[in-house]
Design a protein around this ligand. Structure first.
Ligand SMILES: O=C(CO)COP(=O)(O)O
Length: 155
């Protein structure tokens, strides 16, 4: 795989997601960091987004609820470079009917080198990074060279 550099903007596009048993924790954490979060563009799965919008009074782009495909919607935004960071408080104790969707989202995030915080501690580290308030160059797969390689005719 060849890679190239992409630049994420100063104003980050952040996806916020929480499973039901983790929603309270995400609400508390987001309220604590409201003043930082409001400097960025926020996205969320359906239920999480509605709850956060009420809690924070910040506009949030709300996708479909997770079990109905919201994780997949966010996953599809990653190769299009429409999401820079994911804060996903997933529940380590509860099996979900849409576990394959969650796994797919985390896999695509790994492929596209998207930072994911999966608990409160990693979210604290992510949000306190100096990179949050600057443009940031990072490495992503070079799709054009990937495709050219695959389309190369055998000689
Ligand atoms: O299930 C989720 C993520 O996997 C979250 O979805 P909701 O925000 O709609 O509860």
């Amino acid at each position: 795989m060849q890679f190239k550099t992409s630049v994420m903007p100063k104003k980050k596009r952040i996806a916020l997601i929480a499973h039901d048993n983790m929603k309270q924790e995400l609400m508390e954490w987001s309220l604590l960091h409201r003043h930082q979060l409001e400097n960025h563009e926020l996205f969320a799965t359906g239920t999480t987004g509605h709850m956060l919008e009420t809690e924070l009074s910040i506009p949030i782009t709300k996708l479909i609820s997770g079990p109905l495909g919201g994780d997949q919607q966010i996953g599809a935004m990653l190769p299009e470079k429409k999401i820079d960071l994911i804060i996903f408080f997933w529940d380590p104790f509860e099996p979900m009917p849409h576990d394959p969707d969650v796994k797919a989202l985390l896999r695509v995030a790994a492929v596209w080198n998207v930072a994911v915080a999966c608990n409160r501690s990693s979210a604290d580290f992510l949000l306190s990074s100096p990179l949050m308030s600057a443009e940031h160059s990072y490495r992503i797969p070079d799709y054009d060279s990937y495709l050219a390689e695959r389309l190369k005719k055998p000689s």
